[in-house]
Design a protein around this ligand. Structure first.
Ligand code: ATP
Ligand code: MG
Length: 315
């Protein structure tokens, strides 16, 4: 039986309810919402009923507990999430601009999850887990990078698998050691989940086909390219197939890619045909953008099935 692990940031997201440029004047806010790319990912994995766990750190404050309670309620093993009595849980304030782009104020590196170490409690998880998912955004601090690389080595050594979503923001691409860490993770990756232009970050190529061919030649088993509202495309050595996105009203795009990835990986690990995995992953991403708050649109399998049936009936 597969068990999925992720390691990285846990934070709350606090969202400005009016569009505009950043936070240099008071604006109405809504939140805290449980967040952090790997947390959103693992919450969606748990909601699908797949065994899963997260290694991270939060402070002993309401922002920490709002995350712990949500992850636990959705089926995530939280035994590897340390509660630091001296720490403060991470946070992100986000405001959408009129053009749909986002301004952020982050407190991650100096929050409780700025340091994550593998300890006795987490060793048990490394023994149990058969798959690890890595978010590029989680490579924000040396202790976290070390923990992720050690976990990849442990899981791969016993025949496990790795998925990787570069999930890069311009703000973090310049962090010291980031590029090397990304390359190290990619070299161990079985399922690669880039979004749009991220495909070209790791392959010097002019076209999508060339980039895909170069990446598959490095030993990656499958590439899933996310295309926002247009859906996604799956590539492996023998196949290439696309599934269109489901038409929905986009309320809040944050978390779409993470939910998509979680659903794709869960179906892939359970032996689903690639087109089925794509269909369910697209449904998961579409449902995520319909809801305000990054983790609020997480779906059960029954919800995905009902959503797909309804959309396909009216198509
Ligand atoms: P994120 O902003 O969460 O990091 P991403 O850039 O990694 O997202 P996207 O390609 O934006 O990934 O979205 C992931 C998936 O979610 C898409 O492949 C699609 O299935 C679904 N999706 C995203 N936006 C929409 C939308 N407006 N309508 C329908 N489906 C969507
Ligand atoms: Mg993303």
């Amino acid at each position: 039986m597969a068990k999925v692990l992720t390691i990285g940031e846990i934070l709350v997201e606090i969202i400005a309810t009016e569009r505009g440029n950043g936070f240099r004047a008071p604006v109405p806010l809504i939140g805290p919402f449980p967040s952090g790319a790997p947390a959103i990912f693992i919450d969606q994995v748990g909601k699908l009923g797949q065994a899963c766990a997260m290694i991270s750190r939060v402070g002993d404050d309401d922002f920490g507990h709002v995350n712990l309670e949500r992850l636990k309620a959705d089926g995530v093993d939280i035994s590897g999430i340390e509660v630091d009595p001296q720490g403060t849980t991470g946070s992100a304030f986000v405001r959408y601009r009129e053009d749909g782009s986002r301004a952020f104020v982050f407190n991650i590196r100096h929050s409780a999850c700025g340091t994550i170490a593998l300890r006795e409690a987490t060793q048990t998880l490394l023994d149990e887990c058969t798959h690890i998912h890595v978010m590029g955004s989680s490579l924000y601090a040396p202790s976290v990078v070390d923990s992720i690389l050690a976990a990849i080595t442990a899981i791969k050594a016993k025949g496990g698998t790795v998925s990787f979503d570069p999930n890069l923001r311009a703000e973090i691409l310049d962090s010291p050691g980031m590029r090397e860490a990304l390359n190290t993770v990619l070299a161990k990756t079985d399922v690669f989940l880039p979004s749009g232009e991220e495909l070209f970050l790791f392959a010097d190529a002019k076209t999508e086909d060339e980039a895909v061919a170069k990446l598959l030649a490095t030993g990656i088993k499958a590439i899933v390219l996310k295309r926002g509202a247009a859906g996604a495309t799956y590539f492996d050595a023998d196949n290439r197939m696309s599934h269109p996105g489901f038409a929905v009203d986009e309320v809040d795009p944050t978390g779409a890619g993470d939910s998509f990835g979680a659903t794709f990986v869960t179906f892939w690990l359970n032996g689903a045909a690639p087109l089925d995995a794509l269909r369910f992953a697209n449904a998961s991403g579409a449902r995520a953008v319909m809801m305000s708050g990054p983790m609020e649109g997480a779906s059960t399998r029954a919800e995905l099935e009902a959503f797909i049936a309804e959309k396909e009936a009216t198509a």
